[in-house]
Design a protein around this ligand. Structure first.
Ligand SMILES: [Zn+2]
Length: 452
């Protein structure tokens, strides 16, 4: 059988594949600081070319380059697109790493390095699955497109206009998203959606300079104004009080809840890991999991004002600011929420508060009964010999809506990580075994999609 030959090729070339992954991990690509971005984009492009992709680097305006490539199939009309990102989170705190974050050190079957699980391992697994097919059968089972952007870790601020402008280039019949892996029991996890996110900054100004706090009876205090404004937005039960905020929230369907009930939720480990005895408002079990996946949120990310250094300073600050994010669920729209936030502030007498937006992505979901979703679920079960855990949506965010909502095809997220891959954290790692298995999984998806 054809797929068996592809697997054999992957096994025989495992060391070369790991070497390529290490090469990519050794190249820093921290989008938050613009470190190594162009060099990393070039390596990704070269790796794609080595597989047989015809490539193109799309400049993202003032943003980081998007690497794009495609391979035409001689035997299929269908097209599968892969979305990935080559940028990584900053590696700090460095002292908590067991090995240099850019060493690609292998110990006990694990490859360590910043970005190895998020998202460089997945980029390489996609490329190697495709290479294995081409080398074994001489053809791509379907038309293939691969997009690797360089700003995912900072919220993909420049990707929307790129997708808008190159709709034809990004058109496909289905897409595989960038993240995923196996859980503690080795079951593959499949994700079908993301929350949206709206990041804002609230700014209040009063006097033209900091003043002596003896003037407090006369001079308005921006710190208090900001506290009152924030207080008007959410109560102590964590209910969001912005009028109309929940208007468009679409609750999970009965079918989605069937899948949610099967998700193993390791809440005790989670609490222990965070040093909490209880979750917020004591929610547990299915209720907690449902909140995590389906509840929209309003979170204060940071608050800055006045004097916060040693000792005391009797000062009345001239300004205050807070950063917030709203995590949104399907049918909520970031623009609408922003409008409602501004109306809320105005209606509560806070029209002096300036609202600045720092980017947004929309909530997105592909239905479980979509035939591509069903294909991936069946493929996962065969490859891992375990029932996959299907997340109808997830608590994270990303630019998936550009592909799912704008271009209209199903998008499913799978990857090579494991339960202790430590994405975004020190000692990020991938097991060699997980990487090889993830590569076979992608090869099997290519095959099954071509015949489905
Ligand atoms: Zn990430």
């Amino acid at each position: 059988m054809q797929l068996e030959d592809v697997y054999r090729y992957i096994d025989a070339n495992q060391q070369r594949f790991v070497d390529d992954l290490i090469r990519l991990v050794k190249q820093p690509s921290v989008s938050a600081r613009g470190e190594g971005i162009n060099d990393c984009a070039k390596i990704v492009e070269e790796m794609m070319q080595n597989v047989g992709f015809s490539t193109l680097i799309i400049p993202e305006g003032q943003g980081n380059p998007v690497v794009y490539g495609e391979i035409k199939s001689k035997s299929s009309e269908r097209t599968l697109l892969f979305y990935n990102h080559y940028d990584v989170q900053p590696p700090e705190p460095l002292e908590e790493w067991m090995y240099d974050p850019y060493s690609g050190e292998i110990r006990d079957g694990k490859i360590y390095g910043r970005g190895v699980s998020d998202n460089k391992g997945n980029i390489v697994s996609r490329l190697k699955a495709i290479q294995a097919f081409l080398e074994t059968t001489g053809d791509a089972p379907v038309n293939l497109k691969l997009v690797a952007e360089g700003e995912e870790e900072i919220g993909s601020p420049h990707l929307a206009p790129v997708v808008q402008k190159h709709k034809k280039l990004f058109s496909a019949d289905a897409a595989i998203w960038e993240f995923g892996g196996t859980d503690r029991k080795g079951r593959p996890m499949i994700y079908l959606g993301l929350k949206g996110v709206l990041s804002v900054e609230l700014r209040v100004k009063a006097a033209t300079r900091d003043v002596h706090s003896a003037n407090a009876p006369l001079v308005p205090n921006p710190a208090w104004r900001l506290v009152w404004a924030l207080n008007s937005m959410k109560n102590e039960k964590d209910e969001i009080l912005i009028r109309g905020f929940h208007d468009n929230v679409e609750p999970p369907s009965a079918e989605e809840m069937e899948y949610v009930q099967k998700i193993p939720f390791e809440e005790e480990e989670e609490k222990q890991d965070l040093g909490l005895s209880e979750f917020l408002h004591n929610i547990t079990g299915l209720e907690a999991l449902k909140a995590l996946l389906y509840r929209p949120t309003c979170t204060i990310n940071g608050f800055l004002t006045g004097y916060t250094d040693k000792g005391s300073k009797t000062v009345l600050p001239k300004k205050a600011m807070a950063k917030l994010d709203f995590r949104l669920v399907p049918r909520q729209v970031t623009e609408d929420i922003l409008k409602k936030l501004k109306e809320h502030l105005k209606n509560h007498g806070f029209d002096d508060i300036e609202v600045i937006t720092h980017g947004s992505t929309e909530p997105v979901k592909t239905p479980i009964d979509d035939s591509f979703v069903q294909t991936v679920i069946e493929t996962a079960e065969r490859v891992y010999a375990k029932r996959p855990v299907v997340y109808p949506t997830s608590a994270g965010s990303g630019p998936m809506h550009l592909f799912r909502n704008w271009l209209g095809y199903p998008v499913v997220s799978v990857g090579c990580a494991h339960a202790e891959s430590h994405g975004h954290a020190p000692n990020e790692n991938l097991t060699v075994e997980g990487f090889v298995k993830g590569t076979k999984f992608i090869a099997a998806i290519l095959h099954d999609f071509s015949v489905s």
